[in-house]
Design a protein around this ligand. Sequence first.
Ligand code: SF4
Ligand code: SF4
Ligand code: FES
Length: 284
Amino acid sequence: MTAPQPSSKNRPQSINVRVLRQHEPGGKSYWELHKVKYEREMNVISVLQRIAAQSTTVDGQKVTPVAWDCGCLEEVCGACTMVINGRVRQSCSALVDRLLVENPDEIVLEPMSKFPVVRDLVVDRARLFRGLKRIKGWVPVDSYYNLGPGERIPQQEQERNYPLSQCMSCGCCLEACPQYQKIELTQAEGESDEAFEQRRNEEFDKAFIGAAGISQAMLFNNHPTGKTLAADRLEALSGPGGISTCGNAQNCVAVCPKEIPLTTSIARTGRATTLHAIKKWFER
Ligand code: SF4
Ligand code: SF4
Ligand code: FES
């Protein structure tokens, strides 16, 4: 599908791009206005490349290049996620022609607000990845011997799992979630890197995990080998910052670029954690 384009009559000569910048973690943020020459079929990454090459604001001031992150350039790695014209999305798949139809005056770029800023548009998503460790988001392999083919997965189960397996840990669902609050800690003077990381992980582990982690738990609990860790995952999601923190606002499902049925995963987790609690009670 081709993006709607500004008609040739309305096609601009240049595009105004307003960027929220921040030089360092915990630093003060400020707006900067750039202008780039319009070309057809640009995406936000190509706009950022031109801004970096110019490194000059709209009023001719020389500035340091704006920093951003990217990897795959095809909406698979999630690294380029940022808030574009007020909506969280991937900058590699955000097409300028479409953005200009939404707002012909300017493109506004901000880092995600739920993660600490590293620099400019680059954020630290460590908490998201910590969440995947918390729910043991993997299939355990217990030996290096050839154990033969794994259990066959019926097609109906494959169809249920496949959408969940498309999660790219981009963070859009967490950015949009009213229950997911930013955690930003600073390393104390004299605190070792290891001690800081441990303190940070303890904070992460108490806070709401968010829809991505919940959904990944359902994916691995529904895998023939992955389900051997099902009880551990349900235990993690029954504790502080687990499923009971979800307020069911459903913002997450509305912004997921992969259209993952997150609210279905949340409902499944709710039922599974209840059964887990009942089972534990009978085993006492
Ligand atoms: S349904 Fe739960 S996880 Fe999704 S946005 Fe609402 S509170 Fe957050
Ligand atoms: S569930 Fe969707 S929005 Fe959330 S991290 Fe995964 S791909 Fe991104
Ligand atoms: S660069 Fe990988 S999702 Fe955009």
